[in-house]
Design a protein around this ligand. Structure first.
Ligand SMILES: CC(C)(COP(=O)(O)OP(=O)(O)OC[C@H]1O[C@@H](n2cnc3c(N)ncnc32)[C@H](O)[C@@H]1OP(=O)(O)O)[C@@H](O)C(=O)NCCC(=O)NCCS
Length: 146
């Protein structure tokens, strides 16, 4: 078991985090919103809810937590393959939850692909429940290149 610790993301972590997302497989779909300038905007908005896990100074896990004033959101959770199964993913989620609770957040939501068994089990173990009858919808804003 590696010794890991969780700390806030900084833009210096961006190359390592982007590589982690790229290697994460279909569970993390990279979008134009993941380009460095967009991630910098995200960091400005949620500086203490965007976290990485590191082992000996190397980033091995990441989660983007968000607070929209009503709900908390979890995005782009990923742990490097060699470090999975050690509780890092669950610890990242719990840490974001703590930080959201401290903000006054009452409920956390996330989107997960139906076939992503590992992630679904992780969230279920942490108390997340499927929301029956809900479908995910989205709209790309005019001028944006999503
Ligand atoms: C999903 C992911 C983040 C889990 O990270 P992790 O550090 O391995 O997870 P943890 O070790 O904290 O596991 C916590 C719980 O999740 C469940 N779990 C994790 N990996 C699992 C797997 N491959 N199969 C089944 N259950 C799994 C287990 O219930 C586990 O608890 P337990 O070990 O006490 O049984 C990791 O597999 C990953 O990076 N996947 C690719 C990216 C991705 O799909 N992200 C999700 C976006 S929604």
């Amino acid at each position: 078991m590696a010794l890991w610790r969780i700390r806030p993301f900084t833009m210096d972590d961006y190359p390592a985090v982007y590589a982690l997302w790229q290697e994460a497989g279909p569970g993390v779909r990279l979008r134009p919103s993941d380009a460095a300038p967009e991630v910098a905007k995200k960091l400005e908005r949620d500086p203490d809810r965007f976290l990485v896990a590191e082992v000996e100074g190397r980033v091995v896990g990441v989660i983007m937590g968000a607070w929209d004033g009503r709900r908390g959101w979890l995005h782009h959770l990923a742990v490097e393959a060699a470090y999975r199964g050690q509780g890092i993913g669950a610890a990242l989620v719990r840490e974001v939850e703590e930080r959201l609770r401290a903000k006054g957040c009452l409920k956390v939501n996330l989107l997960v692909r139906a076939e992503n068994t590992a992630a679904r089990r992780l969230y279920e173990r942490l108390g997340y429940e499927e929301m029956p009858g809900i479908i995910a919808m989205g709209k790309e804003l005019a001028g944006a290149q999503e």
